[in-house]
Write a new protein. Structure first.
Length: 266
């Protein structure tokens, strides 16, 4: 139940140190950059290592105390990885378009989630007098809502910490988090804006290998926190030791979740 470990070699092999062409850099990132090689900014991994460890500790501590982690990554190469690793550790995600007010106007979002569930219930009883046209309309609405809200449908309120993969792409999510005082972990590439990031992780935010490495480590940190939370509450983890990570996360969520979430902050 310790934090996940990683090596400098793993970061290098995943290309975490590769930034962008100097023309694209953000001068605010200067403190995290090593220099320029072959017309590419090189990220200083000696800064990345301790900062990544701090971010992993933050995720572990949030989940250990019963909090919720929201992964946010809506660009094409990140989208499937975000859902995979969030589900792996029983947490929540937004991997398509971020809807304005998703956290600052959660009451409206909750109404949309309720509409999604109603659509699903109606479609399960589609044989009860609905026409093909009505069914098609409901399916389209359900699919659109699922893309936008499927990853947070069971979150029950605003998250306790945000994990963002690209500060430029997810500006609105970061702004809403800061408005609500929710801490933000974010990958910072050489063209990123480090403002309003509580736990910066300097690194490549485009390469699939890099993204997968960050998400695996953060997912492992969340699982570690969840296991520690269960152990502290007296749950025997021995019988669950052989379960796959995703199944174990679901079991742990079911075991530790309160009967009626007190975090519902509509």
């Amino acid at each position: 139940m310790t934090l996940p470990t990683f090596t400098m070699r793993e970061l290098l092999q995943a290309g975490v140190h590769f930034g962008h062409h100097p023309r694209r850099w953000n001068p605010k990132m200067d403190q995290y950059l090593f220099g320029v090689r072959n017309d590419i900014h090189i990220i200083n991994l000696e800064r990345t290592v301790p900062l990544l460890q701090q971010a992993l500790q933050a995720v572990h501590d949030v989940v250990k105390s019963g909090g919720k982690v929201l992964f946010v990554g809506t660009k094409r190469q990140a989208s499937p990885l975000v859902s995979e690793y969030a589900e792996r550790c029983g947490q929540y995600y937004v991997n398509h378009r971020w809807l304005g007010g998703m956290m600052t106007n959660y009451k409206t979002v909750k109404q949309s989630i309720q509409r999604l569930k109603e659509h699903e219930n109606t479609l399960e009883r589609a044989s009860l007098g609905l026409t093909k046209k009505e069914i098609l309309k409901l399916e389209r609405s359900r699919n659109n809502l699922t893309r936008s809200l499927g990853g947070i449908r069971e979150m029950g309120g605003t998250p306790d910490i945000l994990v963002v993969l690209d500060t430029n792409k997810e500006k609105l999510a970061i702004h809403e988090a800061k408005t609500l005082g929710i801490p933000v972990i974010s990958i910072l590439d050489s063209n990123s804006n480090p403002d309003n990031i509580d736990f910066p992780i300097p690194g490549n935010d485009d390469a699939i290998r890099s993204l997968e490495l960050y998400l695996r480590l953060i997912s492992d940190a969340a699982l570690s926190g969840m296991k520690q939370q269960m152990a502290a509450s007296g749950v025997d983890l021995g019988s669950s030791a052989e379960l796959p990570d995703e199944a174990l996360a679901l079991e742990m969520k079911a075991t530790t979740a309160p009967a009626e979430s007190s975090a519902q902050n509509a």
